[in-house]
Design a protein around this ligand. Sequence first.
Ligand code: ZN
Length: 435
Amino acid sequence: MKTTAEGEVVGLCRDLLRIDTTNTGDPRTTVGERAAAEYVAEKLAEVGVESKLLESAPKRANLIARIPGADRSRGALLVHGHLDVVPADASEWSVPPFAGEEKDGYLWGRGAVDMKDFDAMVLAVVREWKRVGYTPPRDIVLAYTADEEAGMEYGSQWLVTNHASEFEGCTEAIGEVGGYSYTVNDDLRLYLVQTAEKGLDWLRLHATGRPGHGSFIHDDNAVTALAEAVARVGRHRFPTIVTPTVRAFLEQVSDALEIELDPDQPELAVAKLGPIANVIGATLRNTANPTRLEAGYKDNVIPGRASATIDCRTLPGHADAFLRELRDVIGPDIEIEHMHQQSAVETAFDGDLVDAMGAALRAEDPGARTVPYLMSGGTDAKAFATLGIRCFGFAPLRLPPDLNFSALFHGIDERVPVEGLKFGVRVLDRLLRNS
Ligand SMILES: [Zn+2]
């Protein structure tokens, strides 16, 4: 029987799920993405596509390949997916997390939706093209990255810093997280396309005071000062701000659902959205959540210094205003140290590529309607956007109406519907042929 992309995508995804690429965040215990990158390289080589493995550290391999298009003067399209996965505790799962088992219409395993499903779809489509001798309209650059799940230092960030020339000419990119369906009714499914990501700022607050004995009267206690500041930050509600992406999202969703959504009352509007409210709620404002506390070394000693970590997420274009507001909340006496920062990214939901996404989805699902959204977390798009590439989250999947998809990301019993994978291959093939 003739091999097709649709026919082999499940097998490719299963093979990838069986390669443990757990990224613990600690280089000493991270397995490394090398074996998965070698697998992808071998599957590409089988059909005559040459690729490069670029290692940022031992076993932390990234793969790059360029497929020449018919019109090489056009900007290239970057198609990217990460190969690492977050850890899985097998005792919590109903199947072994790295066995790639298929049952009940799903393919199960850590990485099934984040994001070896898309990795496999891309591989399946490219392999079919090469088997039939198809040339895409413009250059396509494939990037399979390491370390997306732990800060991108060994993956996309390292690639854009050390191998930017590999992305020369890339004007647009597709990757995670978007393109999946949210069922409104039998005739209408919204496909959320990510066009923006919040920025990230991990801050450490330091309070200093006079060290002393725990039995004395003491009016300059670093722990007290820090605790007060942390409590103020934790309780502070930053104002709602409707960014262009969120405004477009609300307008299009209200139109699609035929409900009144007032963009000037964003919280009321989002509460009407049911299951997708939790995806969108965090995109209405900047947030600052205290996550760690550190002070003292003995029960009866007042330390001279106390520290706390705050996980801040900022809306596109609002990082500076956020920091001024945060400084007011914290007060002048606490030192702020920036541990790790990534800028927000945002691109408009327009252009030929966006039109092609909608057309590709509608061809396979007449009830499809694309909607842009802002993501509260981060992906490799943050790194690629620094090269001036317009980044979209579009890894197409048609999902069963009752599946709680967002809970599967980093979740127990992560799994992808087999029919969804095949649907994704058909949509991706159409999109790439018409982009
Ligand atoms: Zn991911």
